[in-house]
Design a protein around this ligand. Structure first.
Ligand code: NAD
Ligand code: DAU
Length: 355
């Protein structure tokens, strides 16, 4: 397709922001419309430098607002949806699951219905795409010797978050099989990098080190995650939109399995090296083991050989390089993360960590 016209939902969140910059840099002739409800996790200021660009538009709104979606699809002649909008944090889904069902399941359904009608009105063009950005958590938890998740691993979600994402994946799959709507699903492992909200492990540890606050490690710290630098996720999604086959699922991962405690120790070492001065040094003195997350999945690992073999994608950033880039980003963006430490954030922190 020559020039795409994209609707990017959740484009003011962590991965969405990185993807918007990635897309406009690599496809400067395309039109990008961001739709974001600006929940606690969305930050319009992330995209401020694009607001004067003619091929960019920001719209504040909910993916569950059918009238708004219909209007945007037809006014903007959208041919591609990159769907990132979601409630994304497992701990919040344990505290308050309702919003996860509403946005992740009902919101995705609303978006699918609106896109189906729009696509049918245009006589079902084959080059239209609905990219559903999902997670490896839908596959459940692995034992230490299990082989990594493939696209055919049965779904076994364990948290309200992963169950809501699994529900949305099933709807997206059904819209391809029932209506032939050109949908594609990606299931990705843990991302990290710039603009990540400091409720997730890596940014939370970075800013707690900078503030001299305890570094809360759940359980024994031996849970394993497969870390992927966010720029590599964006390049995978770009390839999937342009070369992926409708109806297919692609697993995306970094082939970087690390135990939580090891990852936090790496962050402490980097901070000790790169931060000009720290309230507590060495920062590893702040490591504190706390009560485990309910239903905590032990291990995730992705087998990304399908996207590598079929579409030629592979990650380009090692975890050592990516963590260094990330620590440097948080060190040079004090104002960005300090603005997020609102009363709501403190209340969430109290509730989650004093459980
Ligand atoms: P995030 O929480 O940082 O951002 C989510 C964005 O969606 C925010 O800007 C928020 O305002 C917006 N949003 C929430 N509800 C909305 C609604 N009802 N209508 C419109 N906008 C709404 O999340 P993220 O980490 O950037 O994740 C993006 C997507 O990628 C999610 O679908 C998530 O499930 C998936 N994913 C994330 C990871 C990860 O490691 N972060 C890994 C794999 C998949
Ligand atoms: O696997 C992909 C998923 O990765 C995404 O779908 C989710 O949106 C994203 O939030 C992430 O989920 P996790 O639960 O794996 O990420 P989180 O950063 O919350 O936690 C990573 C690991 O660190 C996990 O084992 C829990 C642990 N942890 C987390 C926090 C916030 C701690 O030990 N202490 C903490 O304070």
């Amino acid at each position: 397709m020559n020039h795409r016209r994209l609707l990017i939902t959740g484009g003011a969140g962590f991965i969405g922001t990185n993807f918007v910059y990635h897309w406009l840099q690599n496809h400067p002739g395309d039109r990008v419309v961001v739709l974001d409800a600006l929940t606690y996790a969305g930050n319009r200021a992330n995209l401020a430098s694009l607001e004067t660009q003619e091929n960019f538009r920001f719209v504040q709104g909910d993916i569950g607002d059918r009238l708004l979606i219909d209007q945007l699809l037809s006014q903007e002649k959208i041919d591609t949806i990159a769907h990132f909008a979601a409630e994304s944090h497992v701990d919040r889904s344990i505290l308050q699951p309702g919003a996860f069902i509403q946005t992740n399941v009902v919101g995705t359904f609303t978006l699918l219905e609106a896109f189906r009608q729009h696509w049918e009105q245009q006589k079902q063009p084959s080059e239209y795409r609905f990219l559903h950005v999902s997670t490896d958590e839908v596959y459940g938890s692995l034992n230490p010797t299990d082989t990594p998740f493939t696209e055919t691993t049965p779904y076994a979600p364990n948290s309200p978050y992963s169950a809501s994402k699994a529900g949305s994946d099933h709807l997206v799959r059904a819209y391809y099989h029932t209506y032939n709507l050109p949908t594609i699903i990606t299931n990705c492992s843990n991302n990290y990098g710039s603009y990540q909200f400091p409720e997730k492990l890596i940014p939370l540890m970075c800013i707690n080190i900078l503030q001299g606050k305890p570094l809360p490690i759940y359980g024994d710290g031996k849970n394993v995650r497969d870390w992927l630098y966010v720029g590599d996720h964006c390049s995978a999604l770009d390839i999937v939109i342009n070369q992926g086959i409708p109806g297919e699922t692609y697993n995306i991962g970094g082939d970087n399995e690390v135990e939580n405690i090891k990852l936090v120790e790496m962050l402490c070492t980097l901070m000790d090296e790169l931060a000009p001065e720290l309230p507590v040094s060495p920062s590893s003195k702040l490591i504190t083991f706390v009560k485990d997350r309910l239903g905590h999945d032990r291990r995730y690992a992705i087998d990304a050989s399908k996207i590598t073999n079929q579409l030629g994608w592979q990650p380009s950033v090692t975890v050592e390089q990516g963590l260094r880039l990330t620590v440097k980003w948080y060190l040079s963006h004090f104002e960005w993360w300090q603005a997020l430490l609102s009363e709501d954030y403190q209340a969430y922190y109290q509730q989650n960590y004093q459980k």
